[in-house]
Design a binder for this molecule. Structure first.
Ligand code: ZN
Length: 101
């Protein structure tokens, strides 16, 4: 399976996470954009796949305090609201690139 891997993940600014991929593409998320995308069982109904998280409930100035690699396929993010259960896979992070719209 050919999958694009991050070369660097920069989180020097607490409101954003920048990922540079090994094909040279850079994907930049705000912490809030990632928080709204969180795919964990508390944010998305596991049975129906429907998002139960209301984006309006997420602060516009959301920040992250930690980003960790999960195996070689994903990252997890600790957000300022204490939420850290989301696993953001690399394909998902590429697919939802805010710039790509
Ligand atoms: Zn979540």
């Amino acid at each position: 399976m050919a999958s694009t891997l991050p070369r660097t993940i920069t989180r020097s600014d607490p409101t954003r996470i920048a990922i540079e991929w090994d094909d040279g593409i850079e994907t930049v998320y705000t912490a809030r954009e990632l928080r709204v995308l969180c795919p964990c069982a508390r944010c998305v109904d596991e049975i129906t796949g429907i998002r139960t998280l209301d984006p309006a409930s997420i602060a516009s100035d959301m920040t992250q305090s930690d980003v960790r690699l999960v195996g070689n396929y994903a990252i997890s993010v600790r957000f300022a609201d204490g939420h850290d259960t989301g696993i953001f896979t690399f394909p998902m992070l590429r697919e939802h690139d805010p710039k790509a719209g």
